[in-house]
Design a protein around this ligand. Structure first.
Ligand SMILES: [Fe+2]
Ligand SMILES: [Fe+2]
Length: 144
C-alpha cells in the first residue's frame, strides 16, 4: 500500500520503534481509506481495534525502552502521559463517531482525528529522538 502518512524523516533510529511507527501509520492509512471509501461501520471498527491494540503494545514497549535507556524520569512521565492522552482522545472520538449516524461531517471528523493522532505521537517522539541522541553523546563523553 502506498504510504500517505509515513515519511522517512520520522525514523528515530531504533528498529523496533521505527517498525512499530510504520505499522501504526499503515493502520491509520487503512482506517482513512476505509472511511474515504465509505466502508461499513463493522469494517472500520475492525481496523480501529487493530490500531488500538498496536498502539497499546507500542506504548508499552516504548515506555520500557525509555526506562532502559536512562531517560530522565520527569520527561519520561510526561511522554507516557502524552501517550495516554492521545489514546483517550482517540477512544473518545471514535466512540462518538460510532454512536453517530453516518454523515460526511462525522467521517471528516474521524479522518481528522486519525491524522491528529499521528502528528501528536510523532512530534513527541521526535523530541525523544533528540533526547536519546543527547544521552548517547553524554555517555560517549563520560567514557573518555
Ligand atoms: Fe512516544
Ligand atoms: Fe512511538
Amino acid at each position: 500500500m502506498e504510504h500517505t502518512i509515513w515519511k522517512e524523516e520520522y525514523r528515530i533510529g531504533v528498529k523496533k520503534l521505527d517498525d512499530d511507527h510504520i505499522s501504526i501509520c499503515g493502520l491509520l492509512e487503512r482506517l482513512l481509506k476505509a472511511i474515504y471509501d465509505k466502508e461499513g461501520k463493522s469494517a472500520i471498527v475492525a481496523i480501529f481495534s487493530e490500531l488500538h491494540a498496536k498502539l497499546n503494545e507500542h506504548f508499552h514497549y516504548e515506555k520500557h525502552y525509555l526506562l532502559d535507556a536512562g531517560y530522565p524520569k520527569k520527561e519520561r512521565k510526561e511522554h507516557i502521559d502524552g501517550h495516554l492522552d492521545v489514546l483517550y482522545k482517540l477512544d473518545h472520538g471514535f466512540l462518538n463517531w460510532e454512536k453517530s449516524p453516518e454523515s460526511p461531517a462525522h467521517s471528516e471528523e474521524l479522518s481528522n482525528l486519525c491524522r491528529w493522532v499521528w502528528i501528536e505521537l510523532i512530534n513527541a517522539d521526535m523530541e525523544v529522538k533528540k533526547k536519546l541522541e543527547e544521552l548517547e553523546k553524554q555517555a560517549r563523553n563520560d567514557d573518555t
